[in-house]
Design a binder for this molecule. Structure first.
Ligand code: 13P
Length: 249
């Protein structure tokens, strides 16, 4: 049985004082869950979040990083820097980074490798646009992204990669993929991994769904055979709604 990973992605929201309050409120609400609880917070919240989450079952992640270890890359943060303060997870290749910041499958692939070199757990995002879905290309797009993003990783690295299927048309729009469609897409991703790495490795990969996941739809989505968790934007900003998702059985 794969453990479910419920991760919040705060995106560019929450000041340090808000992060501290939210995590303080969240901790007692999620303390009994068997799921892995992760909050991916802005860089400026990382240290405060790590301190506040100490002694709880809440893990802290970043939302991006550079693939180089150090050097003349003004404004960037390296995997080594994240690791040095105790960060455990990092989102890589979110569609917003692909759309607004020139993230490509090539840079995503490099970043995943750097994440593993620094003992960070990557949450790698893939997903199709509405146009691509309507053209019947959704599976082709996500299979292609999966293949390119994971290229050259060892079996063990692939098994430890978390993949978030996030259809772009469902992000922040209130539109959720049906549980059947979401599960089918997650299954396709797993099948793609089977092709290169075999069934045993693919069975270990955690595949999340993301896109307008909220307390009202989380239970059904999370009960599907190939959906092993969620990557949650809007509903992760409030302790109560995020806890409801974490605790739904
Ligand atoms: P929403 O939950 O706000 O739709 O965002 C999803 C997302 O992009 C998580 O990474």
């Amino acid at each position: 049985m794969r453990k479910k990973v419920i991760a919040g992605n705060w995106k560019m929201n929450m000041l340090p004082n808000e992060a501290i309050s939210m995590i303080t409120e969240l901790a007692p609400l999620v303390k009994d869950t068997e799921n892995e609880v992760v909050l991916c917070v802005p860089y400026t919240d990382l240290f405060y979040s790590l301190l506040t989450a100490q002694g709880t079952n809440i893990k802290i992640g970043a939302q991006n990083m550079h693939y180089e270890e150090k050097g003349a890359y003004t404004g960037e943060v390296s995997g080594k820097m994240l690791k040095s303060i105790g960060v455990e997870y990092v989102i890589i290749g979110h569609s917003e980074r692909r759309q607004y910041f020139n993230e490509t499958d090539e840079t995503v692939n490099k970043k995943i490798k750097t994440a593993f070199e620094n003992d960070l757990k990557p949450i790698v995002c893939v997903g199709e646009t509405l146009e691509e879905r309507e053209a019947g290309k959704a599976f082709e797009i996500i299979e292609n992204q999966t293949q390119k993003d994971l290229d050259g990783l060892t079996e063990e690295q692939v098994a430890n990669t978390i993949i978030a299927y996030e259809p772009i048309w469902a992000i922040g729009t209130g539109k959720t993929a049906t549980s059947k469609d979401a599960n089918e897409a997650c299954k396709k991703i797993r099948e793609k991994i089977v092709e290169t790495y075999g069934q045993n490795i693919a069975e270990r990969v955690i595949i999340q769904y993301g896109g307008s996941m909220k307390p009202e739809n989380a239970k059904e989505l999370l009960s599907m055979s190939d959906i092993d968790g969620g990557l949650i934007g809007g509903a992760s900003l409030k302790a109560e709604s995020f806890a409801e998702i974490v605790n739904c059985k």
